[in-house]
Design a protein around this ligand. Structure first.
Ligand code: SF4
Ligand code: SF4
Length: 456
């Protein structure tokens, strides 16, 4: 990558040249305390991604997004698609949390915990350094090694292998470890769809990490695009202290010697001296690199540092302002509402709908029946033995077509329900009835529906 002229960053992304062609970014491996910290956080994030579906809380996985069966386990709390109000609340809390976090800490998530960055910087980039050596002056340090055919094959084979592993990590979050093991160990002919999905996903990840890379952060990620609307002069981010650094150059009086070392380590190829930019993922690599330079020229460290624009301007760092307080208040209210809603959740989720196209049947001269499709979800962590009774009108009788009344924890019962009513209990063409769902003698839920009968 050629060094850019000072103003070209305003016209186009630094990884695109004047003709609109991609310019490959050869980011040098950083060295320093921030890189060590980021490595620790990165590997903790990878461990969480790998282990979360295996860790159980109350018998539920720590994390599971089982879209096919429409059930989600979030920190061991099982949530069904039917809990739509709960999902909406979780989403609202998440969005407000993201907004609040971004207002205060900027794009910290991107550089430190986002799976895209963590996998790219902690695994793929390190594999690249292993095969091609480190980079210097925006080129591979060992150009001979980087163009060696067999080393290239080795690098890309390793990339592909890691991509397959990442696909398995991702699938563990979607289908769970048991189902994934079943897919992997059963013949392809029995699971051809799962197998094709795994291959396609692995190739997609390989393409992302081997070729597309930083463009995910700089061009596609919607979170990156909304930064401009959320950041303000008090937001903490990676800032070049222009007051201390300018005017630049060895012969000038500022501390910045214009050595460009902060650009050589940047994974998105930008020059942080141009100010806060959309492409900056707050990875801190430039802090480490500039600190090394400052040490060499016997100047104080942290010419580039975590700070706010206001902090650099005034020398005071404050993350608290009216917007921060307002977002925190909304977030607190939402978290309390979420806690109350989760603790007051009904143990069962029941739906009873009349079988489509069916009307009433006459059983004998005084009895009529209706058919219902019944679905009961047990949201608790204990198996249940259920009894269904017609609560109102009292003379009503019912029968489950499958005869099944036991319901496993987090399980679902689906059956056809036949309800019989006496002619005398009908109040018209449509009669309101109530079905009670009991566990032993305990009434868990009363479900109201309509019973269709002949016009009286
Ligand atoms: S590494 Fe530091 S001294 Fe060198 S150009 Fe960047 S900010 Fe200036
Ligand atoms: S400017 Fe610094 S913190 Fe931002 S992405 Fe580049 S190296 Fe990372």
């Amino acid at each position: 990558m050629e060094l850019e002229s000072p103003s070209s960053f305003r016209d186009r992304p630094v990884n695109i040249d004047e003709d609109g062609k991609r310019k490959w970014i050869y980011a040098k491996q950083p060295k320093g305390k921030w890189y060590v910290r980021r490595t620790i956080v990165g590997w903790l994030a990878i461990s969480f991604l790998v282990l979360a579906p295996f860790i159980k809380i109350n018998g539920n996985p720590l994390m599971l997004f089982d879209i096919a069966n429409r059930k989600f386990s979030i920190f061991g709390q099982m949530i069904w698609a039917q809990d739509s109000y709960l999902l909406a609340l979780i989403m609202a809390v998440t969005v407000v949390f993201i907004v609040l976090f971004t207002v205060i800490y900027g794009r910290l998530w991107c550089g430190w915990a986002c799976p895209q960055t963590v996998f790219l910087e902690m695994i793929y980039r390190r594999i690249e350094y292993l095969f091609e050596g480190n980079y210097r002056n925006h080129k591979p340090k060992n150009e001979q090694a980087s163009s060696n055919f067999w080393l290239k094959i080795g690098k890309h084979a390793s990339f592909l292998l890691v991509s397959i592993l990442i696909t398995n990590i991702f699938l563990n979050w979607i289908v769970g470890p048991a189902r994934l093991y079943e897919i992997v160990t059963s013949p392809i002919s029995e699971n051809w769809f799962g197998f094709v999905a795994m291959i396609a996903l692995s190739l997609f990840y390989y393409w992302i990490y081997a070729f597309f890379r930083e463009q995910v952060c700089t061009m596609i990620c919607p979170y990156g695009r909304i930064q401009g609307a959320l950041l303000d002069s008090r937001t903490i981010g990676i800032i070049y202290d222009y007051k201390r650094g300018e005017p630049r150059g060895a012969k000038n009086s500022g501390d910045c010697i214009n050595c460009h070392q902060c650009i050589t380590v940047c994974p998105t190829g930008i020059d942080i001296k141009n100010g806060s930019q959309l492409e900056c993922i707050n990875c801190t690599a430039c802090i480490d690199e500039c600190n090394l330079v400052m040490k060499k020229i016997h100047k104080p460290e942290n010419l580039i540092r975590f700070d706010s624009v206001l902090g650099v301007e005034t020398g005071k760092r404050s993350i608290f302002n009216g917007r921060t307080y307002a977002y925190s208040a909304v977030l607190l209210i939402l978290i309390v509402a979420l806690g109350v809603t989760v603790s007051n959740r009904k143990p069962l989720e029941t739906t009873m709908l009349r079988v489509p196209g069916s009307i009433y049947q006459q059983v004998d001269s005084v009895t009529y029946s209706n058919l219902y499709q019944v679905k009961i979800i047990n949201k608790t962590e204990t198996d249940k033995n259920l009894v269904l009774k017609v609560v109102s009108p009292k003379s009503g009788r019912l029968q489950l077509a499958t005869g099944q009344t036991s319901l496993k924890k987090q399980g679902m019962l689906e059956s056809i329900l036949i309800v019989n009513l006496n002619r005398n209990d009908l109040t018209g063409k449509s009669t309101n009835i109530e079905i009670g769902i009991y566990e032993g003698e305990t009434l868990l839920e009363v479900y109201s529906t309509n019973f269709i009968g002949p016009v009286k």
